[in-house]
Design a protein around this ligand. Structure first.
Ligand code: SF4
Length: 243
C-alpha cells in the first residue's frame, strides 16, 4: 500500500493491541516519551524500555507498561509504531521509499478496518510526520557509521561477515552486553547535553553530538554495534548498518 491507498480504521479503545507486542523505539520515540511524562530520557529508558532504550517494556502479563486500564498513559507521546498501528512501514533500504502493510487485528480486538479514506489521511490524523522526519534525520547517521568503520577496519584482515555477525549479536542482546557510550548517547539525548526548548532543536543538537562521537570513536566493535542498533530502531534491517 502507498499513501494514496484506501484505508480507514476505527479504534474502539479495547486496549487489545497494547498487549503481547514487540515495539521498537527510535531515539525520537524515547525523547517524546520523556517529554510527555515530564521526565529525563534516562528515566524514560529505565521506566519504559528494555534493550538499552530500543524496545518498549511490557509486563509479565503481556500488557504495555504504559497501559492504564484500556487507555494509553502516554497517548500524546506514544511511539511511532503505536501511531501507525494497524499499519506498518516497510523499507527496502535506507532510501526514503516507503510501503505500508496492514497488520492483523489483535485477538479479541473491537477495532474496525475499512476503506473510507486513504492511508495519507490516517497518517495525518495520527500525527506521524514529526516522527518520520526525525527518523529520517537520525538515518543520516548510518552512512557516517559506515564511513568511519571503513576508515578504521582493514577488511582484508578482518572477515566482514564475522564482523557483522558479532555486531548484530552484540547490538540485539537483551542482557550481558558490553558498555557502549554511543548506544547510551543514541537513546539518552538529555545525558549528553542535548535538551532544548523544542524537540526539533533537541534532535539537531543530538545529531551534532552523535556525529562527533562517531568521528572520534576508535573501536570498530563499538561503532558497529551502535550502528546496528540505530538501524533497527529506525525500522531498517541490521545489514543496513554495514553494507
Ligand atoms: S505506548 Fe500506549 S499505545 Fe503504545 S502499546 Fe503502550 S499503551 Fe498502547
Amino acid at each position: 500500500m502507498n499513501r494514496n491507498s484506501p484505508f480507514s480504521y476505527v479504534c474502539n479503545a479495547c486496549g487489545r493491541c497494547c498487549h503481547d507486542k514487540v515495539i521498537t523505539l527510535s531515539p525520537y520515540d524515547v525523547l517524546r516519551i520523556a517529554r510527555t511524562r515530564r521526565i529525563t530520557t534516562a528515566e524514560a529508558i529505565a521506566r519504559y524500555t528494555i534493550r538499552r532504550g530500543s524496545i518498549l517494556k511490557f509486563t509479565d502479563h503481556g500488557a504495555c507498561i504504559a497501559l492504564e486500564g484500556v487507555r494509553c498513559g502516554m497517548h500524546r507521546g506514544r511511539p511511532l509504531a503505536c501511531r501507525l498501528y494497524p499499519l506498518g512501514i516497510e523499507r527496502i533500504d535506507d532510501s526514503s521509499d516507503e510501503q505500508f502493510v496492514k497488520l492483523e487485528p489483535a485477538t479479541g480486538s473491537l477495532s474496525v478496518y475499512g476503506d473510507q479514506a486513504a492511508v495519507e489521511d490516517f497518517l495525518a490524523e495520527q500525527q506521524v510526520a514529526p516522527h518520520l522526519d526525525a527518523n529520517a534525520r537520525y538515518g543520516s547517521l548510518l552512512p557516517k557509521f559506515r564511513e568511519r568503520i571503513d576508515a578504521i577496519v582493514d577488511f582484508d584482515l578482518v572477515e566482514p561477515r564475522e564482523f557483522r555477525r558479532r555486531a548484530i549479536r552484540e547490538a540485539l542482546a537483551e542482557s550481558g552486553y558490553d558498555p557502549n557510550a554511543i548506544i547510551d548517547a543514541i537513546f539518552d539525548s538529555d545525558s549528553v547535553g542535548c535538551a532544548r526548548d523544542d524537540d526539533a532543536a533537541t534532535v539537531s543538537a543530538h545529531l551534532a553530538v552523535l556525529s562527533t562521537m562517531i568521528c572520534d570513536e576508535r573501536y570498530p566493535e563499538t561503532l558497529a554495534a551502535a550502528a546496528v542498533l540505530l538501524a533497527v530502531s529506525l525500522g531498517y534491517s541490521p545489514s543496513e548498518a554495514m553494507r
